[in-house]
Design a protein around this ligand. Structure first.
Ligand code: FAD
Length: 355
Protein backbone atom coordinates (compact mmCIF):
# COMPACT_ATOMS: atom_id res chain seq x y z
CA UNK A 1 0.00 0.00 0.00
CA UNK A 2 1.25 3.50 -0.80
CA UNK A 3 0.67 6.22 1.82
CA UNK A 4 -0.03 9.81 0.73
CA UNK A 5 1.05 12.95 2.61
CA UNK A 6 2.06 16.50 1.70
CA UNK A 7 5.53 16.19 3.18
CA UNK A 8 7.80 13.36 4.33
CA UNK A 9 10.58 14.28 6.76
CA UNK A 10 13.35 11.69 6.74
CA UNK A 11 15.13 11.59 10.11
CA UNK A 12 13.64 12.32 13.53
CA UNK A 13 16.65 13.85 15.29
CA UNK A 14 16.70 17.53 16.28
CA UNK A 15 16.59 18.69 12.62
CA UNK A 16 13.61 16.48 11.75
CA UNK A 17 11.75 17.60 14.88
CA UNK A 18 12.40 21.30 14.18
CA UNK A 19 11.07 20.72 10.66
CA UNK A 20 8.00 18.99 12.13
CA UNK A 21 7.36 21.93 14.46
CA UNK A 22 7.29 24.40 11.57
CA UNK A 23 5.34 22.13 9.20
CA UNK A 24 2.69 21.73 11.90
CA UNK A 25 2.49 25.52 12.33
CA UNK A 26 1.88 25.81 8.59
CA UNK A 27 -0.94 23.26 8.81
CA UNK A 28 0.72 20.79 6.46
CA UNK A 29 0.01 17.08 6.45
CA UNK A 30 3.32 15.35 7.12
CA UNK A 31 5.02 12.34 8.60
CA UNK A 32 8.51 11.88 10.06
CA UNK A 33 10.29 8.59 9.32
CA UNK A 34 13.14 7.79 11.68
CA UNK A 35 15.45 4.78 11.58
CA UNK A 36 16.15 4.79 15.32
CA UNK A 37 13.69 2.80 17.42
CA UNK A 38 13.65 5.51 20.12
CA UNK A 39 13.62 9.36 20.17
CA UNK A 40 16.80 11.44 20.52
CA UNK A 41 18.60 11.11 17.16
CA UNK A 42 22.35 10.71 17.48
CA UNK A 43 22.40 12.05 21.05
CA UNK A 44 21.26 8.64 22.31
CA UNK A 45 24.44 7.07 20.89
CA UNK A 46 27.06 9.52 22.17
CA UNK A 47 29.62 8.65 24.83
CA UNK A 48 28.74 8.54 28.51
CA UNK A 49 30.47 11.72 29.70
CA UNK A 50 29.58 14.01 26.77
CA UNK A 51 28.25 17.43 27.73
CA UNK A 52 26.94 20.19 25.47
CA UNK A 53 29.22 23.13 24.80
CA UNK A 54 26.40 25.61 25.51
CA UNK A 55 24.09 26.07 28.50
CA UNK A 56 20.59 24.61 28.17
CA UNK A 57 18.79 27.83 27.28
CA UNK A 58 21.20 28.31 24.36
CA UNK A 59 20.59 24.79 23.05
CA UNK A 60 16.89 24.99 22.31
CA UNK A 61 14.72 24.07 19.37
CA UNK A 62 11.95 26.41 18.20
CA UNK A 63 9.03 26.89 20.58
CA UNK A 64 10.43 25.32 23.72
CA UNK A 65 13.44 26.27 25.83
CA UNK A 66 15.55 23.35 26.95
CA UNK A 67 15.13 23.19 30.74
CA UNK A 68 18.30 23.47 32.82
CA UNK A 69 19.77 20.21 34.10
CA UNK A 70 20.08 20.13 37.88
CA UNK A 71 23.69 20.71 38.94
CA UNK A 72 25.02 21.10 35.37
CA UNK A 73 25.69 24.35 33.50
CA UNK A 74 26.32 22.31 30.35
CA UNK A 75 23.72 19.53 30.09
CA UNK A 76 24.76 15.99 29.23
CA UNK A 77 23.67 13.96 26.21
CA UNK A 78 21.04 12.08 28.24
CA UNK A 79 19.40 15.40 29.07
CA UNK A 80 19.24 16.26 25.35
CA UNK A 81 17.61 12.89 24.62
CA UNK A 82 14.98 13.58 27.30
CA UNK A 83 14.39 17.05 25.87
CA UNK A 84 13.95 15.73 22.32
CA UNK A 85 11.63 12.92 23.48
CA UNK A 86 9.53 15.48 25.36
CA UNK A 87 9.55 17.86 22.36
CA UNK A 88 8.26 15.10 20.08
CA UNK A 89 5.41 14.36 22.51
CA UNK A 90 4.59 17.96 23.42
CA UNK A 91 4.03 18.97 19.79
CA UNK A 92 2.46 15.61 18.95
CA UNK A 93 4.85 15.15 16.06
CA UNK A 94 3.98 12.10 13.93
CA UNK A 95 7.33 10.31 14.13
CA UNK A 96 7.44 6.68 12.99
CA UNK A 97 10.47 5.27 14.78
CA UNK A 98 12.18 2.15 13.48
CA UNK A 99 11.52 3.10 9.85
CA UNK A 100 14.56 3.35 7.58
CA UNK A 101 14.22 5.08 4.22
CA UNK A 102 16.11 3.30 1.46
CA UNK A 103 15.35 5.49 -1.53
CA UNK A 104 13.65 8.68 -2.73
CA UNK A 105 12.61 8.68 -6.40
CA UNK A 106 10.83 11.00 -8.79
CA UNK A 107 7.35 9.84 -9.72
CA UNK A 108 5.89 12.41 -12.09
CA UNK A 109 4.41 15.28 -10.08
CA UNK A 110 5.32 13.61 -6.81
CA UNK A 111 8.25 12.06 -4.98
CA UNK A 112 8.19 8.46 -3.85
CA UNK A 113 9.78 7.62 -0.50
CA UNK A 114 10.60 3.93 -0.13
CA UNK A 115 11.22 2.66 3.38
CA UNK A 116 11.56 -0.75 4.97
CA UNK A 117 8.01 -0.46 6.36
CA UNK A 118 6.20 1.00 3.36
CA UNK A 119 6.08 3.60 0.59
CA UNK A 120 4.97 7.24 0.74
CA UNK A 121 3.88 9.39 -2.22
CA UNK A 122 4.48 13.04 -1.37
CA UNK A 123 4.71 16.58 -2.69
CA UNK A 124 7.94 17.38 -0.84
CA UNK A 125 10.69 15.75 1.18
CA UNK A 126 12.86 17.18 3.94
CA UNK A 127 15.95 15.05 4.39
CA UNK A 128 17.35 15.38 7.93
CA UNK A 129 19.38 12.21 8.35
CA UNK A 130 22.46 13.82 9.94
CA UNK A 131 25.99 12.49 9.73
CA UNK A 132 26.31 10.09 12.68
CA UNK A 133 25.63 7.00 10.56
CA UNK A 134 28.50 7.90 8.21
CA UNK A 135 31.71 8.01 10.26
CA UNK A 136 34.75 9.01 8.22
CA UNK A 137 38.10 7.24 8.53
CA UNK A 138 41.09 8.61 6.64
CA UNK A 139 43.21 6.39 4.45
CA UNK A 140 46.38 5.92 6.52
CA UNK A 141 49.05 3.39 5.50
CA UNK A 142 49.01 0.18 7.51
CA UNK A 143 45.49 0.56 8.83
CA UNK A 144 44.63 -3.03 8.08
CA UNK A 145 47.94 -4.25 9.55
CA UNK A 146 47.24 -3.00 13.09
CA UNK A 147 46.42 -5.94 15.36
CA UNK A 148 44.76 -3.87 18.11
CA UNK A 149 41.27 -2.38 18.25
CA UNK A 150 40.25 0.46 15.94
CA UNK A 151 37.18 2.51 16.78
CA UNK A 152 35.58 5.68 15.53
CA UNK A 153 34.01 8.37 17.75
CA UNK A 154 30.66 6.64 17.21
CA UNK A 155 31.89 3.47 18.96
CA UNK A 156 33.47 5.15 22.00
CA UNK A 157 31.57 4.92 25.30
CA UNK A 158 33.83 5.25 28.34
CA UNK A 159 37.40 4.92 29.71
CA UNK A 160 36.33 1.74 31.51
CA UNK A 161 36.65 -0.08 28.17
CA UNK A 162 40.39 0.76 28.07
CA UNK A 163 41.67 0.28 31.63
CA UNK A 164 45.47 -0.29 31.71
CA UNK A 165 45.69 0.08 27.93
CA UNK A 166 47.57 2.51 25.69
CA UNK A 167 45.12 4.32 23.43
CA UNK A 168 46.01 6.57 20.51
CA UNK A 169 43.34 9.22 19.93
CA UNK A 170 43.45 10.75 16.44
CA UNK A 171 41.84 14.12 15.69
CA UNK A 172 42.25 17.79 16.59
CA UNK A 173 38.56 18.71 16.72
CA UNK A 174 36.13 18.72 19.62
CA UNK A 175 35.51 14.97 19.62
CA UNK A 176 39.23 14.17 19.65
CA UNK A 177 39.99 16.64 22.43
CA UNK A 178 37.03 15.55 24.54
CA UNK A 179 37.68 11.82 24.19
CA UNK A 180 41.42 12.28 24.85
CA UNK A 181 40.51 14.33 27.96
CA UNK A 182 37.94 11.76 29.08
CA UNK A 183 40.52 8.96 28.88
CA UNK A 184 43.38 10.98 30.38
CA UNK A 185 41.37 12.27 33.37
CA UNK A 186 40.33 8.71 34.22
CA UNK A 187 43.88 8.02 35.35
CA UNK A 188 43.77 4.33 34.38
CA UNK A 189 44.43 4.71 30.67
CA UNK A 190 47.62 5.79 28.91
CA UNK A 191 46.67 8.22 26.16
CA UNK A 192 48.57 9.61 23.20
CA UNK A 193 46.70 12.36 21.36
CA UNK A 194 47.74 12.97 17.76
CA UNK A 195 46.54 15.79 15.54
CA UNK A 196 47.17 16.79 11.94
CA UNK A 197 48.09 20.34 12.99
CA UNK A 198 48.67 21.95 16.37
CA UNK A 199 45.44 21.97 18.36
CA UNK A 200 43.70 25.35 18.38
CA UNK A 201 41.82 25.88 21.64
CA UNK A 202 39.21 28.60 21.77
CA UNK A 203 39.59 31.10 24.58
CA UNK A 204 38.24 29.67 27.83
CA UNK A 205 35.38 32.17 27.98
CA UNK A 206 34.11 31.19 24.53
CA UNK A 207 31.46 28.49 24.46
CA UNK A 208 28.70 27.54 22.03
CA UNK A 209 26.87 30.83 22.66
CA UNK A 210 29.72 32.86 21.23
CA UNK A 211 30.10 30.43 18.33
CA UNK A 212 26.46 30.86 17.48
CA UNK A 213 26.76 34.66 17.69
CA UNK A 214 29.72 34.57 15.29
CA UNK A 215 27.85 32.28 12.89
CA UNK A 216 24.85 34.62 13.00
CA UNK A 217 26.99 37.72 12.42
CA UNK A 218 28.63 35.96 9.49
CA UNK A 219 25.25 35.09 7.96
CA UNK A 220 24.11 38.69 8.32
CA UNK A 221 27.32 39.95 6.72
CA UNK A 222 27.02 37.54 3.80
CA UNK A 223 23.29 38.30 3.38
CA UNK A 224 24.13 42.00 3.26
CA UNK A 225 26.89 41.43 0.69
CA UNK A 226 29.68 42.37 3.12
CA UNK A 227 33.04 40.58 3.35
CA UNK A 228 33.23 37.14 4.94
CA UNK A 229 34.78 37.67 8.38
CA UNK A 230 35.75 33.99 8.57
CA UNK A 231 32.99 32.50 10.71
CA UNK A 232 33.59 30.25 13.69
CA UNK A 233 36.62 28.56 12.15
CA UNK A 234 38.54 31.82 12.57
CA UNK A 235 38.25 31.49 16.37
CA UNK A 236 39.77 28.03 16.75
CA UNK A 237 38.61 24.42 16.68
CA UNK A 238 38.24 23.20 20.24
CA UNK A 239 35.78 24.53 22.79
CA UNK A 240 37.47 24.46 26.19
CA UNK A 241 34.59 22.68 27.96
CA UNK A 242 35.41 21.98 31.63
CA UNK A 243 36.94 18.47 31.19
CA UNK A 244 39.05 19.62 28.23
CA UNK A 245 40.25 22.62 30.23
CA UNK A 246 41.01 20.44 33.26
CA UNK A 247 43.01 17.94 31.19
CA UNK A 248 44.84 20.68 29.30
CA UNK A 249 45.71 22.58 32.49
CA UNK A 250 46.98 19.37 34.10
CA UNK A 251 49.33 18.91 31.14
CA UNK A 252 47.46 15.81 29.96
CA UNK A 253 46.42 17.17 26.57
CA UNK A 254 49.68 17.63 24.74
CA UNK A 255 49.28 16.66 21.11
CA UNK A 256 51.85 14.84 19.01
CA UNK A 257 51.91 15.26 15.23
CA UNK A 258 50.05 12.75 13.10
CA UNK A 259 51.92 9.46 12.70
CA UNK A 260 53.00 8.27 9.26
CA UNK A 261 51.62 4.73 9.43
CA UNK A 262 50.15 2.00 11.58
CA UNK A 263 52.11 -1.18 12.21
CA UNK A 264 50.95 -4.50 13.62
CA UNK A 265 51.86 -3.31 17.14
CA UNK A 266 51.11 0.39 17.07
CA UNK A 267 52.00 3.54 15.17
CA UNK A 268 55.19 4.89 13.60
CA UNK A 269 56.03 8.57 13.07
CA UNK A 270 57.93 10.01 10.13
CA UNK A 271 61.09 10.39 12.28
CA UNK A 272 61.12 6.62 12.83
CA UNK A 273 59.89 6.66 16.44
CA UNK A 274 57.31 4.01 17.30
CA UNK A 275 54.68 3.53 20.02
CA UNK A 276 53.01 0.24 20.84
CA UNK A 277 49.26 0.66 21.28
CA UNK A 278 46.24 -1.41 22.25
CA UNK A 279 43.68 0.73 20.48
CA UNK A 280 43.32 3.62 18.04
CA UNK A 281 40.25 5.85 18.27
CA UNK A 282 39.62 7.76 15.08
CA UNK A 283 37.92 11.09 15.90
CA UNK A 284 38.11 12.08 12.28
CA UNK A 285 34.66 13.35 11.53
CA UNK A 286 31.64 12.41 9.50
CA UNK A 287 30.09 12.66 6.07
CA UNK A 288 26.43 13.47 5.35
CA UNK A 289 24.15 10.40 5.26
CA UNK A 290 22.66 10.88 1.79
CA UNK A 291 22.61 7.35 0.29
CA UNK A 292 18.79 7.31 0.21
CA UNK A 293 18.86 10.29 -2.18
CA UNK A 294 21.12 8.55 -4.74
CA UNK A 295 18.28 7.80 -7.21
CA UNK A 296 17.75 11.58 -7.60
CA UNK A 297 21.29 11.93 -8.90
CA UNK A 298 21.99 15.29 -7.26
CA UNK A 299 25.38 14.94 -5.65
CA UNK A 300 28.27 17.17 -6.58
CA UNK A 301 31.86 15.98 -6.82
CA UNK A 302 32.34 17.15 -3.19
CA UNK A 303 29.71 14.64 -2.05
CA UNK A 304 27.22 17.35 -1.08
CA UNK A 305 23.96 18.20 -2.78
CA UNK A 306 24.10 21.82 -3.98
CA UNK A 307 21.39 23.91 -2.34
CA UNK A 308 19.91 27.37 -2.30
CA UNK A 309 19.28 27.72 1.44
CA UNK A 310 17.84 24.30 2.22
CA UNK A 311 16.31 23.62 -1.23
CA UNK A 312 18.17 21.26 -3.55
CA UNK A 313 19.11 23.11 -6.71
CA UNK A 314 18.42 20.08 -8.89
CA UNK A 315 15.11 19.09 -7.25
CA UNK A 316 12.93 21.89 -5.85
CA UNK A 317 10.71 19.42 -3.95
CA UNK A 318 13.66 18.31 -1.83
CA UNK A 319 15.07 20.23 1.17
CA UNK A 320 18.14 19.31 3.22
CA UNK A 321 18.29 20.20 6.88
CA UNK A 322 21.10 19.83 9.45
CA UNK A 323 24.27 18.16 8.06
CA UNK A 324 26.52 21.25 8.22
CA UNK A 325 26.84 24.91 7.37
CA UNK A 326 26.18 24.17 3.69
CA UNK A 327 22.45 23.85 4.52
CA UNK A 328 22.45 27.07 6.61
CA UNK A 329 24.84 28.60 9.16
CA UNK A 330 24.96 26.49 12.33
CA UNK A 331 22.15 24.29 11.01
CA UNK A 332 23.83 21.22 12.54
CA UNK A 333 23.40 22.64 16.05
CA UNK A 334 20.41 22.59 18.37
CA UNK A 335 19.95 26.33 18.45
CA UNK A 336 20.87 26.90 14.81
CA UNK A 337 18.50 24.46 13.08
CA UNK A 338 15.32 26.41 13.90
CA UNK A 339 15.79 29.11 11.30
CA UNK A 340 16.53 26.88 8.29
CA UNK A 341 13.69 24.58 9.42
CA UNK A 342 11.33 27.56 9.38
CA UNK A 343 12.55 28.64 5.94
CA UNK A 344 12.15 25.11 4.54
CA UNK A 345 8.58 24.83 5.87
CA UNK A 346 7.78 28.27 4.43
CA UNK A 347 9.02 27.29 0.96
CA UNK A 348 7.26 23.92 1.06
CA UNK A 349 3.97 25.55 2.10
CA UNK A 350 4.25 27.83 -0.95
CA UNK A 351 5.04 24.85 -3.18
CA UNK A 352 2.08 22.86 -1.86
CA UNK A 353 -0.24 25.84 -2.35
CA UNK A 354 0.58 25.82 -6.07
CA UNK A 355 0.22 22.14 -6.92
P1 FAD B 1 20.95 13.21 14.00
O1 FAD B 1 20.87 13.59 15.42
O2 FAD B 1 22.04 12.29 13.57
O3 FAD B 1 19.54 12.56 13.61
C1 FAD B 1 19.35 11.96 12.37
C2 FAD B 1 18.23 10.96 12.50
O4 FAD B 1 17.98 10.44 11.19
C3 FAD B 1 18.55 9.78 13.40
O5 FAD B 1 17.54 9.59 14.35
C4 FAD B 1 18.65 8.59 12.42
O6 FAD B 1 18.12 7.40 12.96
C5 FAD B 1 17.79 9.06 11.28
N1 FAD B 1 18.17 8.49 9.99
C6 FAD B 1 19.39 8.44 9.41
N2 FAD B 1 19.31 7.85 8.20
C7 FAD B 1 18.00 7.53 8.01
C8 FAD B 1 17.28 6.91 6.95
N3 FAD B 1 17.87 6.48 5.83
N4 FAD B 1 15.94 6.73 7.11
C9 FAD B 1 15.32 7.15 8.22
N5 FAD B 1 15.96 7.75 9.25
C10 FAD B 1 17.28 7.95 9.15
N6 FAD B 1 25.43 20.66 18.73
C11 FAD B 1 25.04 21.58 19.66
O7 FAD B 1 24.12 22.36 19.38
N7 FAD B 1 25.66 21.65 20.88
C12 FAD B 1 26.64 20.77 21.23
O8 FAD B 1 27.19 20.86 22.32
C13 FAD B 1 27.05 19.76 20.28
N8 FAD B 1 27.98 18.84 20.60
C14 FAD B 1 28.26 17.83 19.72
C15 FAD B 1 29.17 16.82 20.08
C16 FAD B 1 29.44 15.79 19.20
C17 FAD B 1 30.40 14.72 19.58
C18 FAD B 1 28.82 15.74 17.93
C19 FAD B 1 29.10 14.62 16.96
C20 FAD B 1 27.93 16.74 17.56
C21 FAD B 1 27.64 17.80 18.45
N9 FAD B 1 26.75 18.81 18.09
C22 FAD B 1 26.39 19.76 19.02
C23 FAD B 1 26.23 18.90 16.70
C24 FAD B 1 24.79 18.52 16.42
O9 FAD B 1 23.88 19.07 17.33
C25 FAD B 1 24.56 17.04 16.21
O10 FAD B 1 25.39 16.52 15.21
C26 FAD B 1 23.08 16.70 15.90
O11 FAD B 1 22.83 15.47 16.46
C27 FAD B 1 22.61 16.72 14.44
O12 FAD B 1 21.19 16.54 14.43
P2 FAD B 1 20.42 15.94 13.19
O13 FAD B 1 18.99 15.88 13.56
O14 FAD B 1 20.82 16.67 11.97
O15 FAD B 1 21.03 14.46 13.02
Amino acid sequence: MTNRVDVVVIGGGQAGLAAGYHLRRRGLDFTVLDADPAPGGSWQHMWDSLHLFSPAEHSSLPGRLMPAQAGETYPDAGHVVDYLADYEKRYDLPVQHGTRVDAVRRDGERLLVEADTGTWRTRAVISATGTWSRPFLPAVPGRSAFAGRQLHTVNYHSPADFTDQHVIVVGGGNSGAQIAADLALDGQVKVTWVTQRSPRFLADDIDGRALFDVATARRRALDAGRDDAGGVASLGDIVAVPPVRAARDAGLLVARPMFARLTAEGVRWADGSHADADAVIWCTGFRPALAHLAPLNLRSARGHIPTDGTRALGEPRLHLLGYGDWTGPASATLIGVGRPARDAAHEIAALCAHN
